[in-house]
Design a protein. Structure first.
Length: 394
């Protein structure tokens, strides 16, 4: 048979993450600073709650019901009020299969083929893959690396054209760790409103800001333009549960949820909805989140202290949020980021992610995750130190 494929599937860019994990799979004793996964177990009380529900209610293994989904949405609305200062209506919230599912449904609901969307470069690479599938045109607006990866507002305004429909913002940023200040958020809001654009907001790392956090959702007039996607993956170490949610004005949310998301997945898994209910309804959820935050804070100091001693090999900015470093490679001028990451696996047995996949500004950068215990980071950097010493870069 001569196989043929839809155009949207032909040139989907790789996130780089799966590629490096597969490359390293042939080695034993590899340490990973690659995947953006909290290396903590889901809190035990969540498992206990779900187990109890499954024992007493056979419907846990069936499609979710509107009543069950609304129970979780009510909890999300209360959480929004605590974080952002307003309580959404249930008609402004919908569940999704992870944050990625909510983003995909949003892109498909809002963007026609050829519509332009501003992408702050570098940012989360899976966004680029999804936008290719949605057949949107990505307009790269590079962040200013020499200023700690700040937004370039002059370039942003120059990049807005008649076909521009949306701005995509990941805040805190993955992979740079940038967190927008209140003044930057207000300036961005003015640009969005002046040009009557959508602001698609990925706030998966909202709880992991090491400085004062100010969200665009805190600006009341901007909410009519804003779609915000979040998940339980990072806050509650629930990456495998695949449960997230979308906030949008009700007219927009209807299209995202009922015209697109329903036909992508019907709904998240019922068992995951129960797990998310446990996460938000029990005070142990906040306790666990605070514990994760404190661990990440320690790990950030550990990884930055180690990076400071490798200034012949890397240059970097200390992250203000999330749990990534995005250093620039200073040595090995003949190697691109992908080949450098492979060399680090081959010779140091440490996994990192090539920055090219995050956008053009990620060229000759790598992403390192510090979502791990400090001792694992120390061990990984002992290996990187040996690698650097071998090439007289320590």
């Amino acid at each position: 048979m001569n196989y043929s494929f839809a155009d949207r599937s032909l040139n989907v860019p790789s996130s780089g993450i799966g590629m490096m994990m597969r490359y390293a799979a042939s080695y034993s004793d590899v340490l990973s600073l690659g995947q953006g996964t909290p290396l903590f177990p889901t809190p035990q009380y969540i498992y206990d709650y779900v187990s109890e529900q499954a024992r007493k209610d056979p419907a846990v293994g069936q499609y979710s019901t509107a009543n069950l989904e609304n129970q979780l949405l009510e909890l999300i609305a209360k959480d929004f009020e605590e974080i952002y200062g307003f309580k959404p209506q249930l008609s402004e919230l919908a569940l999704s299969v992870g944050g990625v599912g909510g983003l995909m449904a949003t892109f498909l609901a809002l963007l026609n083929p050829g519509d332009e969307i501003i992408y702050f470069d570098p940012s989360y690479p899976i966004h680029l893959s999804q936008l290719e599938i949605a057949q949107a045109k990505v307009v790269f607006v590079s962040l200013k690396e020499d200023e700690g990866w700040k937004l370039d507002f002059e370039l942003l305004e120059k990049s807005i054209a008649p076909k521009t429909k949306a701005i995509l913002l990941t805040n805190p940023n993955n992979p740079t760790g940038t967190v927008l200040s209140k003044q930057e958020v207000e300036r961005l809001a003015d640009i969005v409103l002046k040009n009557d654009l959508y602001l698609i907001l990925d706030e998966a790392y909202q709880f992991l800001s090491y400085e004062e956090f100010y969200s665009p959702l805190m600006i009341e007039d901007l909410r009519k333009n804003t779609i915000c996607i979040k998940s339980f993956s990072k806050e509650f170490a629930m990456t495998g549960w695949r449960i997230g949610y979308v906030y949008a004005p009700s007219e927009v949310l209807t299209k995202i949820a009922f015209s697109i998301n329903t036909y992508l997945c019907i709904s998240p898994a019922t068992i995951a909805i129960h797990g998310a209910i446990a996460a938000l309804s029990d005070p142990r959820g906040k306790e666990a989140m605070n514990g994760f935050y404190n661990e990440f804070l320690k790990s950030r100091e550990v990884i930055c202290n180690r990076m400071d001693k490798l200034n012949k090999l890397f240059s970097y900015s200390k992250p203000q949020g999330a749990y990534y470093l995005f250093p620039k490679i200073k040595g090995f001028e003949d190697l691109g980021a992908i080949d450098f990451c492979k060399k680090l696996v081959d010779e140091a047995k440490v996994i990192t992610i090539p920055g090219d996949s995050s956008g053009p500004a990620g060229k000759r950068h790598i992403r390192m995750s510090f979502a791990a215990k400090s001792d694992l980071i120390e061990k990984a950097f002992d290996r990187i130190d040996e690698f650097a010493s071998k090439y007289d870069l320590l």
